[in-house]
Structures are given as structure tokens and as C-alpha cells.
Design a protein around this ligand. Structure first.
Ligand code: GAL
Length: 379
């Protein structure tokens, strides 16, 4: 932009600003004079740390390959996201990487993209009801749910870390409550199914009891993965089912660190600040830095680490393949049916993080520094 402005002055030409704009309409002329390709990256929100990390990692990876990137966040607002994507298409961006807010709300945008030959990569969240999703990069979402349930069972002393039943396991019964993610996010169902399949034998045997009786996905789902929504539901459960916190609650299955923070805020006044004080076991997902601090401080029991650097890498690799006229490599072609077709996918592995795993998994790999974990914020 600056360069452009200077050359305008030097030449004294009445160039229109549009010719120098950064809007992708005229993908920037590189110094070589070749067209620079612009890629649209649509992320759901900046209120969750992980999506900021994802957005930045994808941007850096694409820029390192010489592409220009139009990175947009949509404040978890569906019309904002559809408008951003419409604009990316109008501006002639050559490929779209999308982490949708509502996986069912983008059918018409994706049709326009397909009409213009723009490839679409769904990022972590499957886009549903459209034939025009070309590729999907994500983690093994069913396994995430299994790992969350295993972390709850391990926290309660019922299993070892690998999920095997302990010989000296306490008989229980343990009261637990279940939370699920946003009903408009395909992943939420995978997490829930993986977790409930794993908890089922313990629920059937009466070792675990969901005292509220709320075990259906519709009853336990938290719209937009909202921290406040989770806090409110937990507070309501405490008053309706646990005599305001006087009755025992041993654990809460939570599918996402933001939801876990809401649950913990509701529980602390009744049960104590840390697990050592009597706070129930609370699981999580995403290794958000503020929750990693809570794990380090003995407040939250665990989280699931989904390395956003690896996910971003996969998205960048797939984008590069498409832009070279090739097909990206999938490692799963049968799991992710979006209602119209099975979308070829690349699934990454996950890790469960307890306090003792913070150093080897998160600090030694350079994901966070020790100081960031202690502070609970990234610098
Ligand atoms: C899901 C994602 C989770 C979590 C959640 C809330 O789609 O798979 O890892 O980030 O959204 O943002």
C-alpha cells in the first residue's frame, strides 16, 4: 500500500485507490509482476483463544508460500460470516478455508464458490448440506469424546490413564453431570457420542449417576459453546439437583475449555477453589492457555490438546495441492458424511493433558512458554 502510494506520487498519476487496494480484487502484483493469489480464511470468533491461534497459524503458513491472505473473524455471528464469505467470493479469492459458525448455514455461499471454481476446505468443523465442500481437515473427533470420558473416569480413580478399569477402583456411585457443545456444530455430536459410548458401561452399572437425569444431547448442548451459557446451566443444576451445592457432585464432563471455565466458576463457591479443596473433576478441550493455567493450579483436571499448528499445516498443504491443480491427500474417506456426500478428510491425532503433561506436551514443543502457562495468557 505504502509502496503504491509513493509510486502514485512519483508518477503524479491520478490512479484510483482501487488499483492499490488490499481487498484482493486485484491480487497484489508481486515484484516479479506475477499475480499473487489471495486465499480467504474465515474463522468463527476471536473470543476463544484457539481460533485466534488457528487463524494466525494458517495465515503465516500461507504467506510463507507466497500467497496473500484475507483472514476474517465473525464474532460468532452467522450473518457476519456469510457476508464475509460472500465478499471473499466477489473479490475473486482463489480458495476458501472455512471454520463455520453454523455448519448448515453456508449452502448458497458454497454454491457461488463452486460456480466460480473456488475450492473450499472445511477447517476443523464440517460444513453440512452442501456438495461443494472439497476437503476437510480436522482431528479424530469421536476419539476426542472418548478421551474426555476417559479423563473423567481417570480423575474419579476408576481407570488408569489408558482407560483400563482399575482393580482397586472405588465402588461409587459417583454423581456426575454431562455437557455438550453447540448443536449447530457437527463436532459436538462426535464428542458427545465418543464420550457417552465410553461412559455407558459405568452408567449402566450404576457406578456413575447423572443425578439431574439430563443425558440427551438436546438437554446438555450449549449453544455457540458459550462460557456464560455453561455457567448458567451449571448454576441451575446446582439449585435444582444438588441443594445449591450441599449434595455431592464428583465430576462434570465438559467438551471445551470455555465451557469448563463457566462450569468451574459456577462450582467454586459451593465446592472449593481447587480439586484438593473438593472441586469436582472437570474435563476440557483445546488446551487454551487460561485453562492450562487452571490445570497447572489444580483447578481443572484435564484438557484435550489439538495442536493448531498441525491443523493449520494440513490446511495449508491441502490449499497448496488444489492451487497446483492436484488433489490433497486424505487419510479418511468414510466418516464425515455432510448430508450430501462423504467429504474426504485428513484427521489428526490428539493428546490428553493432565498437569504432568503440560511441560512435555505444551512447553517443550514450544506451544506455550512456562511464563505464559503461569500467567494464563499468551504474550
Ligand atoms: C469445535 C472444535 C473444538 C472447540 C469448539 C469451540 O468445533 O472442534 O475444538 O474449539 O469448536 O470453539
Amino acid at each position: 500500500m505504502k509502496k503504491c502510494f509513493i509510486s502514485m506520487l512519483a508518477l503524479g498519476l491520478a490512479l484510483s485507490l482501487g488499483a492499490c487496494s488490499d481487498d484482493g480484487e486485484n491480487p497484489g502484483s508481486g515484484t516479479s509482476g506475477e499475480e499473487t493469489i489471495t486465499i480467504g480464511v474465515a474463522m468463527p470468533t476471536q473470543t476463544s483463544e484457539r481460533w485466534i491461534a488457528d487463524g494466525n497459524a494458517v495465515k503465516e503458513g500461507l504467506e510463507a508460500l507466497g500467497y496473500r491472505v484475507d483472514l476474517q473473524f465473525a464474532n460468532d455471528d452467522i450473518p457476519t460470516q456469510t457476508q464475509q464469505i460472500d465478499q471473499m467470493i466477489t473479490q475473486g479469492e482463489k480458495l476458501l478455508i472455512i471454520a463455520s459458525i453454523d455448519g448448515t448455514a453456508l449452502t448458497s455461499q458454497l454454491q457461488s464458490a463452486a460456480d466460480k471454481g473456488i475450492k473450499v476446505i472445511a477447517y476443523d468443523r464440517l460444513i453440512r448440506n452442501s456438495a461443494n465442500v472439497d476437503f476437510y481437515v480436522t482431528f479424530d473427533n469421536y476419539k476426542v469424546g472418548v478421551a474426555q470420558a476417559n479423563a473423567l473416569l481417570y480423575g474419579l480413580g476408576l481407570t488408569d490413564k489408558a482407560g483400563a478399569k482399575k482393580a482397586d477402583a472405588p465402588a461409587g456411585p459417583f454423581n456426575i453431570e454431562i455437557f455438550a457443545g453447540s448443536p449447530d456444530d457437527n463436532n459436538a455430536v462426535f464428542f458427545f457420542d465418543g464420550a457417552m459410548d465410553t461412559l455407558k458401561p459405568y452408567l449402566d452399572a450404576g457406578t456413575l449417576v447423572v443425578k439431574s437425569g439430563q443425558t440427551d444431547f438436546e438437554q446438555v448442548a450449549i449453544m455457540r459453546w458459550s462460557q456464560e451459557g455453561a455457567q448458567k446451566r451449571m448454576e441451575d443444576l446446582l439449585s435444582s439437583t444438588y441443594s445449591g451445592g450441599k449434595d455431592a457432585l464428583a465430576g462434570v464432563l465438559s467438551p471445551f475449555d470455555g465451557i469448563s471455565r463457566g462450569i468451574i466458576t459456577a462450582l467454586q463457591p459451593a465446592y472449593g477453589t481447587t480439586m484438593a479443596d473438593g472441586l469436582p473433576i472437570v474435563t476440557g478441550q483445546d488446551a487454551e492457555v487460561s485453562s492450562v493455567k487452571l490445570i497447572n493450579d489444580g483447578v481443572q483436571s484435564s484438557t484435550i490438546f489439538k495442536d493448531t499448528r498441525k491443523l493449520a499445516d494440513q490446511a495449508v498443504t491441502a490449499a497448496k495441492a488444489y492451487l497446483a491443480g492436484a488433489e490433497p491427500t486424505a487419510n479418511n474417506t468414510d466418516t464425515y458424511d455432510n448430508g450430501v456426500k462423504v467429504v474426504p478428510s485428513y484427521l489428526l491425532e490428539i493428546d490428553t493433558v493432565y498437569k504432568e503433561d503440560i511441560k512435555p506436551l505444551l512447553i517443550d514443543s514450544g506451544y506455550f512458554t512456562e511464563a505464559e502457562v503461569e500467567a494464563g495468557v499468551t504474550s
